[in-house]
Design a protein around this ligand. Structure first.
Ligand SMILES: Cc1ncc(COP(=O)(O)O)c(C=O)c1O
Length: 386
């Protein structure tokens, strides 16, 4: 397909992986729950299907859709975002290898790399990814095999320059992995910026409805794809057919949802900026955000996540978090409904007391697609409790 006739993002979201099914013409890929498949003869499979841990038509449809959305050749889906991350680490690293990663990487990623893979002989060095000299130093001091980038980061909303970091990784013989969960492929496509591997928690914006946990790896590199797919098959952490079906259904509307998430988040960030109780609004769409220019270059818009720090410290943050009504106090993000999170005790409790600890005065808002006047009114009444 040439650049001229590559379909647009939402056309791919709706159609990739969704060609009408051969048998019945079903317009939506059917949910294949069968665990096993009858071959024509021994060794002569129908369409390559034999056993559902390895291959499943519903999962294949999702994988094709995810690859198309990231502009990649290979998509591989997993039972969770961490399952996808684990497949990358297990597939591409062996004992003695090292990972350089952001010093505000998602807490679960830090736990996976430091505790599970640390115990298996993988080293790690957290570093500020906005400081390219520090990244260069860490890559050359450690001889790292992987540079792990998350941008925007969770929950500090830091922006890392994907193109510059990929160049540094490659200069040092490392592979660049980008966790694209916060942006979603609608807003940012790391493979086009040179990244070797993209990873997602599809639990978030791709699924988009807070009703299915999943993860995905997308790459253009066949050797990487084979290694990471082998973990899916051999370790059995693949997405189930039902989860694949739901994720695919959600991802079809990613573009329209993301535009609304961005509209609403911009309005919420502006509202927060005007509040005397607020010390910092962390949103890359604000011109004085330190990553604003890089974000404007590598993202289509600035996303649906907003973090905020309160002058009243921990007590104020807890009061607001427990006072909102439409913003539901809960873990996770990226669904159609607005969520409020107190990371220090919730999503990021696992990094408390480490150098990745999150400030206790910080709240993270996943701004949903409700009517924005209602969201602002909800914040207004919650701030009135301070
Ligand atoms: C940026 C990021 N990456 C990965 C994950 C892990 O995904 P999952 O919860 O689907 O395992 C999360 C979960 O919150 C996340 O926010």
């Amino acid at each position: 397909m040439t650049a001229q006739n590559t379909p647009g993002f939402s056309t791919r979201a709706v159609h990739a992986g969704s060609a009408p099914e051969e048998l019945t013409g079903a317009v939506i890929p059917p949910l294949y729950l069968s665990t096993t498949y009858h071959p024509h003869k021994i060794g002569e499979l129908r369409g390559g299907y034999d056993y559902s841990r390895g291959t499943n038509p519903t999962r294949d449809a999702l994988q094709e859709q995810l690859a198309a959305l990231e502009g990649g050749r290979f998509g591989i889906s997993y039972a969770s975002g961490l399952g996808a991350e684990d497949a990358i680490l297990r597939g591409l690293l062996s004992a003695g290898d090292h990972v350089v990663m952001g010093n505000d990487v998602y807490g679960g990623t830090f736990r996976l790399i430091s505790r599970i893979h640390g115990a298996a002989g993988i080293g790690h060095t957290p570093v500020d990814l906005t400081d390219l000299d520090a990244v260069r130093g860490a890559l050359s001091a450690t001889g790292a095999r992987l540079l792990w980038v998350e941008t925007p980061s969770n929950p500090m909303m830091k922006i890392a320059d994907i193109e510059a970091l990929v160049a540094l990784a490659h200069e040092h013989g490392a592979l660049a992995v980008v966790d694209n969960t916060f942006a979603s492929p609608y807003l940012q496509q790391p493979l086009a910026l040179g990244a070797d591997v993209v990873v997602h928690s599809t639990t978030k914006y791709l699924g988009g409805h807070s009703d299915v946990v999943g993860g995905a790896v997308i790459t253009n590199d066949e050797e990487i794809a084979d290694k990471v797919r082998f973990i899916q098959f051999a370790a059995g952490n693949q997405s189930s057919p039902f989860d694949a079906y739901l994720t695919m259904r959600g991802a079809k509307t990613l573009g329209v949802r993301m535009d609304r998430h961005c509209d609403n988040a911009e309005a919420v960030a502006q509202w927060l900026l005007g509040r005397p109780e607020v010390s910092h609004v962390l949103y890359p769409g604000l011109p004085d955000h330190p990553g604003h220019e890089v974000a404007a270059r590598q993202m289509k818009r600035f996303g649906g996540m907003v973090s905020v720090r309160l002058k009243g410290g921990e007590a104020a943050a807890r009061t607001v978090a427990e006072s909102t009504r439409l913003f539901t106090l809960a873990e996770s993000l990226g669904g159609i409904e607005s969520l409020m999170n107190y990371p220090s005790e919730m999503t990021h409790a696992s990094v408390k007391g480490t150098e990745l600890a999150v400030p206790v005065d910080l709240l993270r808002l996943s701004v949903g697609i409700e009517d924005v006047e209602d969201l602002l009114a909800d914040l207004e009444q919650a701030f009135a409790q301070l």
